[in-house]
Design a protein around this ligand. Structure first.
Ligand SMILES: [Zn+2]
Ligand SMILES: [Zn+2]
Length: 326
C-alpha cells in the first residue's frame, strides 16, 4: 500500500524474536507507529529498516506508541531527541514509568507476589538472580507530548487515524483505526496468532478489559490488521473469535480445577501450562492466571481464602455446592 511500510525490528527475547514498527507517510514527513525496543544497536536497526524503504529517521515528525511496552515505546525519547518528533501515548502508563524508574523494585515486588502465589522459594531465587541485571529495554521514561484517548485523530496520507482505547494486554493500549480503508493498527491487542498477555496489578480486571476491547474492535469492521508482531492479517472476525475462545478456555480450565478443591495460582498455572519452562511460567503465565482469577472473583465465581501466607483460591459457595457440603 503506497505510503505505508512495515519495519520488522529484532527483539532480544527468545519467545518473541521480532516486533513491527510502521512508517506512514504524512505530507513530507512520517508518522512512526511504535518504535522498537531500546538497546545499543536499536536506533541503527530502525535507521537501516527505514533506509531499506527509501526513508530516513529525520523524516519522522510524529510517534504514536500503541502501548508503553519496551518493544513499542522503548526508544521513543531517543527518536524524539534526534528528530524533534512529538510523542503520542495513552495516559495510563504507570505500568511502564514505575518499571523504568526503578526496575529492581518492580522486579522484587513481582517476585514477592510470585511467593504469595505459591511459587517455590528456590524458583523465585533463581529468577531473582537471572533477572538482576536485565536491561529494561527503555532509553528512559517515555513522556507523551499529547495523550491518546478514544476519538483522538492523527493525520496521515492514508487518511485520518482514529485512536481506539483497547486496555487488556496493557492498561495503556490503543489501536489506530482508519475507517475509510478499514485498516487497524492493532499493536499487541490482536496478533496474527492468539498470544495472551496481561499487565496485572494496575487496573481492576485486565482479562475483562481485554474481552471488552475485543468487542469494541469487533464493531469497527476493519478488514486488515497491522499488528505489533508478525505479518498483516485479514481474518479479523476469526481472530477475535479465537482470542475470546482462548480466554473462555482458560477460564473454564480454572473453574474445573477449583471445582475439585482449593488451589494456589502457581498450582493452577503449572497445571494449565504443564511442560512450559519455569521462566515464562513465572514471568508470563502466572500473571495471566492471576488475571483470570481476578476476573472470576469479580464475577463472584471464586474467592481468595483469607489468612494464609500463600494465597489459596476456591470456588465460591453457590446454593447448589453449599447445599452439597451441608
Ligand atoms: Zn505489549
Ligand atoms: Zn509487543
Amino acid at each position: 500500500m503506497p505510503g505505508l511500510w512495515r519495519l520488522r525490528l529484532p527483539l532480544p527475547w527468545p519467545l518473541v524474536p521480532h516486533g513491527n514498527a510502521y512508517a506512514v507517510a504524512d505530507g513530507d514527513g512520517l508518522l512512526l507507529v511504535d518504535t522498537g525496543i531500546y538497546s545499543d544497536q536499536s536506533i541503527r536497526e530502525l535507521e537501516r529498516a527505514l533506509d531499506q524503504c527509501g526513508l530516513s529517521l529525520d523524516m519522522v515528525h510524529r510517534i504514536v506508541c500503541t502501548h508503553a511496552h519496551a518493544d513499542h515505546a522503548g526508544q521513543a525519547m531517543t527518536i524524539k531527541e534526534r528528530t524533534g518528533a512529538e510523542i503520542l501515548m495513552h495516559r495510563n502508563v504507570a505500568h511502564m514509568t514505575g518499571y523504568v524508574k526503578d526496575s529492581a523494585a518492580v522486579l522484587n515486588s513481582r517476585l514477592d507476589r510470585a511467593l504469595r502465589c505459591g511459587v517455590p522459594v528456590a524458583s523465585v531465587n533463581r529468577q531473582r538472580e537471572a533477572r538482576r541485571d536485565m536491561a529494561t529495554g527503555f532509553d528512559r521514561v517515555a513522556v507523551a507530548d499529547r495523550e491518546l484517548a478514544d476519538g483522538v485523530t492523527i493525520p496521515s496520507d492514508l487518511g485520518e487515524l482514529v485512536a481506539i482505547e483497547t486496555p487488556g494486554h496493557a492498561p495503556s493500549h490503543v489501536c489506530l483505526h482508519q475507517p475509510g480503508r478499514r485498516l487497524l493498527f492493532s499493536g499487541d491487542h490482536l496478533l496474527g496468532r492468539v498470544s495472551l498477555y496481561y499487565d496485572v496489578g494496575y487496573t481492576p480486571d485486565p482479562a475483562g478489559e481485554f474481552l471488552q476491547s475485543l468487542e469494541k474492535v469487533s464493531g469497527l469492521g476493519a478488514r486488515l490488521c497491522l499488528s505489533g508482531h508478525g505479518k498483516p492479517v485479514s481474518a479479523i472476525p476469526e481472530l477475535i473469535a479465537a482470542n475470546k475462545a482462548a480466554v473462555e478456555g482458560r477460564l473454564a480450565a480454572i473453574r474445573a480445577e477449583l471445582g475439585s478443591g482449593q488451589r494456589t495460582a502457581w498450582e493452577l498455572t503449572s497445571k494449565l501450562y504443564e511442560g512450559m519452562p519455569e521462566e515464562p511460567r513465572i514471568g508470563w503465565f502466572l500473571p495471566e492466571t492471576l488475571a483470570y482469577l481476578t476476573h472470576l472473583q469479580r464475577l463472584g465465581e471464586v474467592t481468595l481464602e483469607p489468612g494464609n501466607e500463600i494465597d489459596l483460591w476456591a470456588a465460591a459457595a453457590t446454593e447448589s455446592n453449599s447445599g452439597a457440603a451441608a
